[in-house]
Design a binder for this molecule. Structure first.
Ligand code: ZN
Length: 73
């Protein structure tokens, strides 16, 4: 399946939500970022109607490209 909204047919603009975890260390003079994990893909929504797309069912080439684009590990 190509990247297309099943609800409104939009195939151009999407909202990708990613989740990233940070480890912040306190106790020193300043807060410090000690670790950063790569972001994980959380949700992919249509930018027109907010319908959630099933990320797992889109074209594998596009899926790979999207993960690369977002820096999702
Ligand atoms: Zn839509």
């Amino acid at each position: 399946m190509a990247l297309t909204c099943p609800n409104c047919g939009n195939a151009k603009t999407f909202l990708a939500k990613t989740l990233q975890m940070h480890v912040v260390k306190a106790g020193g003079a300043e807060l410090e970022l000690s670790e950063q994990t790569p972001p994980a893909m959380l949700e992919l929504l249509c930018d027109d109607c907010d319908t959630e797309l099933d990320f797992g069912s889109i074209d594998s080439e596009q899926r790979r490209e999207m993960l690369l684009l977002l820096g999702v590990g």
